[in-house]
Design a protein around this ligand. Sequence first.
Ligand SMILES: *Cc1c(COP(=O)(O)O)cnc(C)c1O
Length: 396
Amino acid sequence: MKKSINTFLKHPIKDNANRSANPPVTRASTILFNTMQEMISHEKKIKLHKNVTHYSYGRYGSTTTIELENIIKKLEQAYHVFLTGTGFGGISLALMSLCRPGDEIIVSDNVYGPTKEITEDLLKQFNIVAKFYDPEKLEDLQKKITKKTKMIFVENPGSNTFEFQDLTKIVKIAKKKKILTMLDNTWGTPLYLKPLKIGFDISFSSATKYFSGHSDAMGGTLAVNKKVYKKIMFFYKLSGYRMSADEAYLIIRGLRTLDVRLKQHYENAKKVINYLKKNKKIKEILFPHKPSSKNYKLWKKYYSGATSLFSIVIKSKKKSSVIKFVNSLKLFGIGYSWGGFESLAILQDLKKKTEYIKGRHFYRFGKDEHIVRLHIGLEEPKDLIADLNKALKLVK
Ligand SMILES: *Cc1c(COP(=O)(O)O)cnc(C)c1O
């Protein structure tokens, strides 16, 4: 029987030994074999990328992490899935596995802050040059390609400003020049977009966000095709990157309700946006909600759904009053991350270049325009709207 992916997420595990509906949490360093011969033939199987139920040593994972790998493999339709202890570990795993001295990497200017830092600052120390392109201009990306370009790194939609790009066009350009492509798909999740299916070599998601969904676990998933598998496996085994069995268990538990939660997150976000778009203090809502907009069209072209993270652009000559607005929200926490059950708000300064924040090279917002990122949680939307309505009065 061909099951829908939503059904699969409810029935992913068969734990025959323990007769539990959920997988056991296998905490392990040493894995035991009956004989030396069994150990050696198992190592061979792993090397040949055969399906296995356990690895040969705890550093590579346990039965619990293999369960999660198999779920993500199916969700992403991937050749292999690497799990890391945090989302960012997945990004660093991909870059450190594939980029070598003399290479260049082209990165979308609107990537997650630490992605900018690792490409611009850390890779530089290894003689790898990062070039940032304007996510609104495909020509800018094209212009930056040279013979040395190893990889194009895209995040879609971009962090904080949520621009959508024409993904298959990027893949086409890259394939012609034999350049690898990687997509940070944390916002859409593989439930709504499968990057490998549209031609990307690597699909990344921070499992900390919607996968786990409860703000209590961290992890990263790196789904890859056969072309890049060997190189990433080589570095994965030597890097010591690994997800613990406990985190894998929590992420499996989160995934059971991913479809249901995302639907509700989106419903709630739509209601909040319907309220926000009537407020004169808000100049723009950075979410694909206007059918006439370029971002909406590009979202529709690639995604089968939307989630609940977006930004609002508030126009105010008094930044302090925007800070007051964020501070006075009662139902929105102030904090990093997102994708959990709860609503969050944060004022993002993207222009500033400091030791800690990499500013944008391409920034289209004005001096008196402030970007507040909102994550709409699973609270009753009416309550969230009442909270926002009260707090927005403080914006001067
Ligand atoms: C959070 C996030 C990451 C990093 O994930 P962590 O689990 O926090 O390390 C990477 N990319 C995007 C788009 C994110 O939002």
